[in-house]
Write a protein that binds this ligand. Structure first.
Ligand code: PGA
Length: 253
């Protein structure tokens, strides 16, 4: 049975290692009992080393980004080789907050490839910044996807995860979450793009998650009505009660 993937994006939180370990342990206690859920905790780089040894088959850790080069004179960067060495199994890439800091589609594509070379699962974030009447935002989305795949060998795609996150729905200043019906439409659109690049079989094998203002009240409807294969949760992932409810709701479907 395919698992539902719930990704926690802690962003630049919490401030202390002790709190990161504590939250991870408590989430693990909840998540380890849920047979149909795979939970990926994407913590700041600096905590990964202390969290990774506690990974289980149901709860793993991920990074929130990576650099694309393996090693060398790149002050302040972290390479996928370093992540792999710590036992990190996935990494968010192309998050809108990184794109805002300068990650272009070309850079995102290089990061995706670098992660795959180390067998780390890329959680590729895509999503339009704003919507326009003429539907040009769909071309924007298409471009984000096509460039990230950039002729990757089909054998590598097994590791791929996509998170559709309309940028206007992310964060505390967002307009609020999108709707399950809208997500469903966008997921079909994304699959069609992948199907044109590869095949329908490949397109249907890649999990597509929803992200953007997910909380304990809307999680279930995105999974059930929107048929999302998982969720990417920002703010609500830092609140144990909310996140545990999201996990429990997902496990009932
Ligand atoms: P949010 O963040 O759940 O706080 O909107 C989601 C994200 O940035 O991935």
């Amino acid at each position: 049975m395919p698992k539902t993937i719930i990704v926690a994006n802690w962003k630049m939180n919490p401030l202390r290692k002790k709190d990161a370990k504590d939250l991870f342990t408590k989430i693990k206690r909840k998540g380890n009992n849920l047979r149909t859920i795979e939970t990926i905790i994407c913590s700041p780089y600096i905590y990964l080393e202390s969290l990774a040894p506690g990974q289980t088959s149901r709860i793993t850790v991920g990074a929130q980004d990576t650099f694309f080069e393996k090693e060398g004179a790149y002050t302040g960067f972290i390479s996928p080789a370093m992540l792999a060495d710590l036992g990190v199994r996935s990494a968010i890439v192309g998050h809108s907050e990184r794109r805002l800091m300068g990650d272009t589609n070309e850079i995102v594509a290089k990061k995706v490839r670098a992660l795959l070379d180390y067998r780390i699962r890329p959680i590729l974030c895509v999503g339009e910044i704003v919507r326009d009447e003429r539907g040009e935002y769909l071309d924007f989305l298409k471009e984000e996807i096509e460039s990230a795949f950039n002729r990757l060998p089909e054998a590598m795609l097994k590791l791929f995860i996509i998170a559709y996150e309309p940028v206007w729905a992310i964060g505390k200043n967002a307009q609020g979450a999108s709707t399950p019906a809208d997500f469903l439409e966008k997921a079909i659109f994304i699959r069609k793009i992948i199907s044109d690049l590869y095949s329908q079989k490949v397109a249907s094998s890649i999990p597509i998650l929803y992200g953007g203002s997910v909380d304990e009240r809307n999680a279930r409807s995105f999974l059930r009505d929107g048929k999302a294969q998982g969720l990417l949760v920002g703010r609500a992932s830092l609140n144990l009660k909310s996140f545990a409810t999201i996990l429990a709701e997902a496990n009932t479907l």
